[in-house]
Design a protein around this ligand. Structure first.
Ligand code: FAD
Length: 462
């Protein structure tokens, strides 16, 4: 109950400081919606939710957190599965209204508000026949996804989302507004490209844009019994694959959809999903050897890039229960067999294992050029489950953890922080980045946030 007086005094302080956005406290009818994030497993009750409308509002929220010592959760798109976009008894700084996207067609750049989703970014850039690499779904926040790295449909052609950040404007722990770029605060610029939300609140990103309009995207689907054969062919195929094509091997339950043969619907299956940015003829040629395997279904088609970004949106709705883990590594037959064997005993129909193929433009950026943890592993495993019944929490978590542990022997030892659902302990964050990179991140943290104001994240402790 003591959060009520805290919320009242924090709201009064925010107003007195000139906060102009909306303020939501526990007695507000909007509070239930405002306290929740994407993952339905997260049930936290902040003292106050501040919906910033301007950079000055962000500064006020940051100074309020500093002065009151209340925990501060910064929310971009709210997709962070550990629930870093909310907190108990503290301040949620919601950036959802800072979603403006301004495109400079001639310079091929876009200025993107810190709370924009990829749907916002894609809509604005597509109008100019341009795009910047986002993720695989449109509802995710550009903020959290980019700060952690950002793996999506354009990765092999144009790199990770963070590789396309030309500069960023941040409100740092002192309340100061700073720009981080190649010449201004280069260490901070290095750290925010992979190091997460540890260093300040990004109010605006400047992204490089590329000519991307229509793409050939979709998937081919096979029964799980063919997993090893398909995995082998996939590995051969991606070795030397054109960078125009970004793909992943997906283990899933075949959907109850028209394009799937009736006998395969609801059964475990393996798919190759991808995005080709070249011409339809080039895509036809590059996809030929995979199609020659004789998939049970083939839904690769030419479509506008934003439509591909929305292709999987319905499969990952807000409010369901999510648990995810990921690691970088290689994918020999053993790895495919390990995944296929566990798919048979999966506790949820909505379990998925996405094996992202990297390389291409991701691997052409120097290992030390950004804080992103691993650019040399050819694959990233993303193991996740989605379900609704709280009684099934343990079974789903155990399944994801069990498979991730079993895949550990194929791993590089590094992990992608954006795919972790647990609030990782310091040692695990260090392992995810590797010791040297972690030490460099600690140095930057000490310079910009020595009091660890921004600690509700995969935390780099100063
Ligand atoms: P939030 O929970 O709002 O933020 C996550 C973290 O980033 C928090 O620590 C937050 O404080 C910080 N943060 C967010 N915005 C800012 C900002 N402007 N300034 C400072 N800190 C900020 N990842 C991929 O790489 N590729 C994918 O294709 C992909 N698909 C996904 C699909 C779904 C359905 C989900 C749930 C996740 C997916 N992810 C993917 C993982 C995703 O990258 C992370 O969940 C990411 O943290 C989401 O960012 P957000 O802004 O939506 O989340």
């Amino acid at each position: 109950m003591d959060s009520v007086p805290t919320s009242v005094s924090a709201a009064a302080d925010a107003r007195r400081k000139g906060f102009r956005g909306s303020i939501v406290t526990p007695d507000d009818p909007d509070y239930e919606a405002a306290r929740h994030v994407w993952n339905g497993m997260i049930d936290r009750r902040p003292a106050i939710v501040l919906r910033a409308r301007s950079v000055s509002d962000v500064q006020i929220a940051v100074s309020l957190a500093r002065e009151t010592s209340l925990p501060l959760a910064v929310r971009g798109g709210g997709h962070g599965l550990p629930g870093f976009g909310t907190c108990d008894d503290g301040i949620v700084l919601d950036l959802g209204e800072l979603r403006e996207v301004v495109v400079d067609e001639a310079e091929r750049t876009a200025r993107v508000g810190g709370g924009a989703t990829w749907a916002d970014v894609d809509a604005a850039t597509h109008a100019h026949g341009l795009a910047t690499p986002g993720g695989l779904v449109s509802t995710t926040g550009a903020g959290g996804l980019t700060l952690g790295g950002g793996m999506g449909w354009l990765a092999r052609a144009y790199g990770l989302s963070c590789d396309n950040v030309l500069s960023a404007q941040l409100v740092v722990a002192s309340g100061e507004v700073v720009t981080a770029g190649p010449t201004e605060h280069p260490e901070l610029y290095w750290a925010i490209r992979g190091g997460g939300g540890n260093f300040g609140v990004v109010t605006e990103f400047e992204f490089a844009l590329h000519p991307v309009s229509a793409v050939t995207g979709g998937l081919v689907l096979f029964p799980l019994a063919r997993a090893v054969e398909v995995g082998r062919a996939y590995r051969r195929w991606v070795d030397g694959l054109s960078d125009r094509l970004t793909t992943m091997l997906v283990f899933l339950t075949a959907p109850d959809a028209e394009f799937v043969p009736v006998a395969l619907r609801g059964e475990a299956a393996v798919a190759i999903a991808g995005c080709h940015i070249g011409s339809a003829d080039e895509a036809e040629r590059d996809l030929a050897s995979i199609r020659a395997l004789g998939p049970a279904a083939d839904v690769f088609d030419v479509l506008p890039y934003p439509d591909l970004q929305r292709f999987f949106d319905d499969d990952v709705p807000a409010g369901r229960r999510y648990y995810m883990k990921g690691l970088f590594g290689t994918m020999p037959d053993d790895a495919v067999e390990t995944i296929a064997a566990r798919m048979v005993g999966r506790p949820s129909e909505a379990i998925e294992v996405d094996v992202h193929h990297l390389g291409g433009a991701v691997a052409r950026v120097g290992e030390d050029a950004t804080a992103f943890a691993d650019r040399s592993s050819p694959f990233t495993f993303n193991v996740y489950s989605i379900w609704d019944d709280p009684a099934a929490d343990e079974a789903n978590r155990d399944w994801v953890r069990g498979l991730t542990d079993a895949l550990g022997r194929f791993g590089s030892g590094r992990a992608y922080v954006n795919f972790a659902t647990d609030r990782e302990a310091v040692g695990r964050v260090e392992a995810a980045y590797g010791t040297e990179r972690h030490e460099r991140l600690v140095e930057v943290k000490r310079r910009w946030d020595p009091g660890n104001l921004f600690r509700i994240n995969q935390n780099i402790q100063p």
